[in-house]
Write a protein that binds this ligand. Sequence first.
Ligand code: ADP
Ligand code: MG
Length: 330
Amino acid sequence: MHAIKDEVVTPVCRASDGIGYNDSVHAIEIKELFKSYGDLKAVNGLDLTVRTGEVFCFLGPNGAGKTTTVEILEGYRKRDSGTVSVLGYDPENGGRAFRERIGIMLQESGIQTQLSVREALDLYRSYYSHPRSTMELIEMVELNGSVDVRVEALSGGQRRRLDLALALAGDPELVFLDEPTTGFDPAARRNAWHTIDGLRSLGKTIFLTTHYMDEAQALADRVAVISDGQIVALDTPDRIGGRNTTTSTIRFLLPSSISVNDLPTLSNMEHLDADMSAEGESVTIHTSRPDLALYVLTSWSVGKNIELSGLTVSRPTLEDIYLELTEENN
Ligand SMILES: Nc1ncnc2c1ncn2[C@@H]1O[C@H](COP(=O)(O)OP(=O)(O)O)[C@@H](O)[C@H]1O
Ligand SMILES: [Mg+2]
């Protein structure tokens, strides 16, 4: 399968602020990006544009190339070829001015574990000219009860929350979050989502990687599904992989006095392609026009005063689409 290219949008350049960068509506632009480790093509021809102010999610299985791409964008890893622009900089030689404007939550952080939470935050804050206050950071990630606890004594989830606070220490306009909620319990995940949502409302751009479907669904403005170093789909969570237009499934239980042959024929109606099957008392209909299929079905059942119990209509979940896309590519 070929990588799907993002649409081309002409960047609108604002006046330079004199620091030597040219701001544009695109926070990130990647063209024809390649990175191999020996024979392994970890990133295999990636084209991508991330808009300023969006939460962009990289969704893919382990080994898909998410971390490699993110590290190239952060300036932590050299690419083999391709062009990369992050906030107008080439991350390979962005220098301090570039680092001041981005926040990074690595998949595995290298923070000194003897430091307390407060000391770690103060250390990171000292790298920036306009940092957030320590207390503000602690409150953002809800580590209020652990301010003086050493990093080594934190639980996995607390440690990850500290990583998030460290990424936000410099009040960055672009934040990279590589699997930010791995190891969180459900309540902590919700809180992290709330924090990330709050950053979006502040106009920050967020580049997030995850292998959690619900995280992508809850947070992302747009999702790119990555598999074997290539983007296989890119859209909003509701539309990705044709999710909004693909076949729906209608299910109900066959009323006790009725046999399958008594059910109305769906194929008689114009524009209605429907495929009905029954297994035991459970009836399943696959159709691209659930509105029409339900019209035929319920007109019939209401007319006959028959109840269709257990009636549901469902579209593929993001998980269904994701599995389809990533399996197709393997
Ligand atoms: N430093 C490295 N040296 C060799 N292979 C690597 C290295 N980092 C990652 N890989 C390999 O590159 C592929 C992509 O890895 P990675 O970018 O970490 O993917 P993801 O973050 O999606 O799990 C994997 O097959 C991984 O084993
Ligand atoms: Mg990774």
